[in-house]
Design a protein around this ligand. Sequence first.
Ligand SMILES: Cc1cc2nc3c(=O)[nH]c(=O)nc-3n(C[C@H](O)[C@H](O)[C@H](O)COP(=O)(O)O)c2cc1C
Length: 242
Amino acid sequence: MTTIAIVYYSAYGHIAELSEAVAEGIGAVEGAVYSRLRIPEFSDPAIQVALQRQDQVSSKLGKHFGLTKRVEDYKKVQQDQAMIPVATMDDLREADGIIWGFPTYLGTMPGQVKSFLDQAGQFCTTGELEGKPTALFTSAGSIHGGHEAALLTSLVPLLHFGMIYVGLPYTENTEYLTDKAVGGSPYGASTLAGPDGSKRPCDDERKMAGRLGTRVAIIADSLKKGRFLSCNKNVLGTKGSG
Ligand SMILES: Cc1cc2nc3c(=O)[nH]c(=O)nc-3n(C[C@H](O)[C@H](O)[C@H](O)COP(=O)(O)O)c2cc1C
């Protein structure tokens, strides 16, 4: 059995929704199973208030971004996700592959995700994630808002862990070869939420997210069968080679 962990953070639900499409793609691979796990919200109440940005709702851009409704959406999404288990370091250790999902914040990953990855920093030296396939999916308010930049900048820590990065090739994902506003790119899956967050993941975006899940599951399975995951340190001579 090949186990893929989908580890995600979602404030307004787009990433939570796209994680279901990723899960479907993993589930389509024989012998592959998935777990959906969440990166928790910051617990400091001062940060909570800042996140909900109550003081900005009446500004011009606050209206454009639909901030009044967002506060309500945020509360509901957090409640809905309460039953999703919080990801632990053991979940990362035990998975044969890990797919990370998070919204694009300022063209990169949210602080919540960076904080979680920092806590996992030990894996750089223990090598426990080395050789495992990994991939990313994100959401962004605008097609010009940096969803591709978020994926490109966020793959850096995964390479520090020694993971094998999996993207979305052109030939399988012709949906992103378009001049229409649709997520997805060679760097990973994505969805465009709209400036006010009112768009939900469309069929094309879900298809590409599903294929990403399938691709990681097949690669993890192949690596496992090739004994790369269990033997990689000996093969690469980084452990036990004297
Ligand atoms: C702090 C913050 C920063 C954001 N930065 C960007 C950004 O750089 N580019 C962009 O297109 N959208 C940005 N957004 C919009 C989010 O990407 C969008 O709300 C998100 O994709 C929704 O995902 P979720 O519903 O899973 O939380 C930002 C939102 C927040 C709250």
